[in-house]
Design a protein around this ligand. Structure first.
Ligand code: DGY
Length: 329
């Protein structure tokens, strides 16, 4: 029987990101200038095409700063990003101009939590290394100590940044037999912590007691580089470090040193700084570092939900109505 080829997933972004391949179309509600490609819109094209627009639908790949907002001019009233993170958008510049911002929390929580658990297990049980060994002849006889990693049963898991995603990660990890959940954040979050339950601790303590640390916090000026030498040096040498939030929260040089020097056992990263991480980056050379290309929310249903929410936020904002999900500025 002939090979039928791989069927593409049914990804239908009902109101696609306002990216514009010089296509100018008229929908019932508004004129849309669309960059019709999965590749990010070139900065020069963005700067040219935003002139005189009222609403901007963007992705996390577009830096929305003073330059873009100036290029758009005073007509711009709403920015809607198809992402839960909005560190690519200058809130200060939006606020100055009275521009509203929509984003897409909640609809991606489950997908991101699921991928976080997958990345954790792939890292702690050394799945990628084991697959390589099996394929490349490293698989000899069964050996008692070969390819041993770390399990979750009776472990302590520390969450850095206990929001919706952190809580969803904990709920998924609980059935694995985790004994204790800790979390560090700007302050206690009893709304999120009581269901599990999880104990609020200072970051130092989180580092000292956790067998696994999962980073779920947003990238802000306060969290920029928060996972650095002072965190890694306090962690157990058997600990696993997982980041599915933003690359900027990690000092990658410090992480590299911690992995090479055996300060921690392994790391799993879905996000890096920069993205894409250059293929010759030293972290790619380490067997105890699993790197994914920022795919935590990449399920067909989730991306469709994000696209639809971002579009409805934009339309509501343009009509001067309450957005489904709006960042308070
Ligand atoms: C977001 O939405 O901010 C994620 O990082 C991408 O899904």
């Amino acid at each position: 029987m002939g090979h039928k080829g791989v069927k593409k997933p049914a990804l239908r972004l009902e109101i696609p990101a306002l990216r514009g391949n010089r296509k100018h179309c008229l929908c019932e509600t508004c004129n849309i200038e669309q960059w019709d490609s999965d590749e990010p819109v070139p900065r020069s094209e963005l700067l040219e095409k935003v002139a005189g627009i009222r609403g901007l639908y963007c992705l996390l790949t577009e830096k929305i700063d003073a330059k873009v907002l100036d290029a758009a001019g005073p007509s711009l009233r709403v920015v809607s990003t198809m992402s839960v993170g909005y560190d690519h958008v200058s809130l200060e510049e939006l606020k100055k101009r009275g521009i509203r911002l929509g984003y897409t929390p909640d609809v991606l929580t489950e997908a991101v939590a699921e991928l976080t658990v997958a990345l954790l297990l792939a890292t702690s049980r050394r799945l990628l290394e084991a697959v390589d060994e099996a394929k490349n002849g490293g698989w000899g006889t069964w050996k008692p100590l070969w390819m041993c990693g770390y399990g979750l049963t009776d472990s302590t898991v520390g969450i850095l940044g206990l929001g919706r995603i952190g809580a969803a990660v904990m709920a998924r990890l609980k059935p694995f037999g985790v004994k204790r959940f800790l979390y560090a954040d700007a302050g206690p979050r009893p709304d999120m912590a009581t269901k599990i339950p999880a104990e609020f601790v200072p970051l130092d303590e989180l580092a000292r007691h956790s067998d696994v640390i999962v980073v779920c916090c947003a990238l802000t000026p306060e969290t920029q580089g928060i996972c650095g030498n002072s965190l890694f040096s306090r962690m157990k040498d058997t600990a696993i470090f997982i980041n599915t939030s933003r690359g900027g929260v990690v000092n990658q040089e410090a992480l590299y040193q911690a992995l090479v020097n055996g300060q921690i056992a392994a790391a799993g990263l879905d996000v890096t700084e920069p993205e894409p991480l250059p293929t010759d980056h030293p972290l790619f050379k380490l067997k105890n570092c699993v790197i994914l290309p920022h795919i935590a929310s990449a399920t067909v249903a989730t991306r469709n939900a994000m696209a639809a929410l971002a579009a409805s936020n934009l339309l509501a904002g343009l009509q001067g109505k309450a957005m489904g999900k709006e960042v308070p500025l």
